[in-house]
Design a protein around this ligand. Structure first.
Ligand SMILES: Cc1cc2nc3c(=O)[nH]c(=O)nc-3n(C[C@H](O)[C@H](O)[C@H](O)COP(=O)(O)OP(=O)(O)OC[C@H]3O[C@@H](n4cnc5c(N)ncnc54)[C@H](O)[C@@H]3O)c2cc1C
Length: 293
């Protein structure tokens, strides 16, 4: 397996920002994945896995470790009876195509989530009342200690959260679905896609929701809209004029611009609503939000 140095991670994030990875590899089998983890272990380098980078903000300084992007066998998806068996690197789009063709329903909600199976496990991704935890039976997690099949409970899946840590790689996952006529699946997908298109910027470079919805009558998006932040720009990044909880790359954005917007958004939400917003987007590299107050 080839290891590259200094690969620009901006190529692998949907926002299109982020500095280089010290080392970058694309394992295609479990053996190659174990080899990559051992390589990093011998050098005491941290390891992070990326999917489609659709929920990822990478520091402009990059990541001083090994970044893995799963391919080959680890990005395939097949259907067996009423189960979807997918590699951690398989895209949600490919998985949805497979289950639709097999007449299995229950995964339609993922039509609005532009990521991979592994990223979905890490985030417990979800939409329209469903999430990974609803349909996931078990996920195969590989780390420097070996390979373990974990259930949603063992993964600690809750709202946009798992207990997974960098260095733990979701190599494969199995989902339980239920038979549904293909026409019905298609109709469900069309309905959800129309809802999404009406509410969110679907043709811009973003990383999805910036903040988790707070325990409040307003969603994070509505709250930031009420703070007058829609369209607010800092450097090359702006809060979407369409949805207050999205940041767009409006030009030559850097990750620092997105962070500056997040700092401002948190400050205003605290000032106006007394709410401390927590970020949903995952950080990679030396990035953090300063404490409020
Ligand atoms: C337009 C748009 C709409 C979106 N809508 C939604 C939505 O409705 N609901 C929702 O939940 N999300 C949404 N998202 C966010 C994002 O698509 C999801 O969180 C998705 O599950 C992330 O998957 P990914 O493969 O891109 O992960 P990445 O963004 O690449 O990574 C996210 C995290 O997962 C980890 N990770 C990725 N792959 C693996 C793996 N194989 N093993 C271990 N760790 C891994 C990464 O290290 C990182 O910490 C949206 C994003 C965009 C751009």
């Amino acid at each position: 397996m080839k290891l590259d140095e200094g690969v620009a991670l901006s190529r692998f994030t949907t926002l299109g920002t982020g500095g280089p990875a010290r080392a970058f590899a694309r394992p295609e089998t479990l053996d190659e994945l174990e080899e990559a983890l051992a390589w990093a272990g011998e050098r005491e380098l941290p390891v992070a896995t990326i999917g489609l980078g659709s929920n990822l903000l990478v520091a402009d300084e990059g990541f001083d470790g090994l970044v893995l992007k799963l391919g080959g066998e680890l990005a395939e998806a097949t259907v067996q009876e009423e189960r979807l068996l997918a590699g951690g690197g398989a895209t949600n789009a490919v998985c949805l195509h497979r289950v639709r063709a097999a007449g299995l329903g229950g995964f339609e909600f993922a039509c609005a989530i532009p990521g991979t199976i592994g990223g979905g496990v890490w985030m417990n991704a979800g939409a329209y009342g469903s999430d990974w935890a609803t349909i996931l039976e078990r996920a195969q997690v590989v780390d420097s200690d070996g390979t373990h099949w974990l259930t949603p409970g063992e993964l600690g899946l809750s709202y946009r959260h798992s207990e997974l840590r960098h260095g733990q790689v979701v190599a494969q996952a199995e989902f339980a679905l239920a038979p549904l006529p293909e026409d019905q699946i298609k109709a469900n997908i069309a309905r959800l896609q129309a809802l999404r298109k009406a509410a969110q910027p679907t043709n811009k470079r973003t990383f999805g929701s910036v903040f988790k919805n707070p325990d409040h009558e307003l969603t994070a998006g509505r709250m930031l809209e009420a703070c007058g932040l829609k369209g607010h720009r800092m450097g090359g990044a702006q809060i979407s004029p369409r949805h207050g909880n999205f940041i767009e790359n409006a030009g030559e954005a850097r990750s620092a611009d997105a962070v500056a917007l997040m700092v401002e958004a948190r400050r205003r939400a605290l000032e106006q609503f007394g709410v401390e917003l927590r970020h949903e987007v995952e950080f990679l590299g030396p990035l953090e939000l300063p404490p409020l107050g």
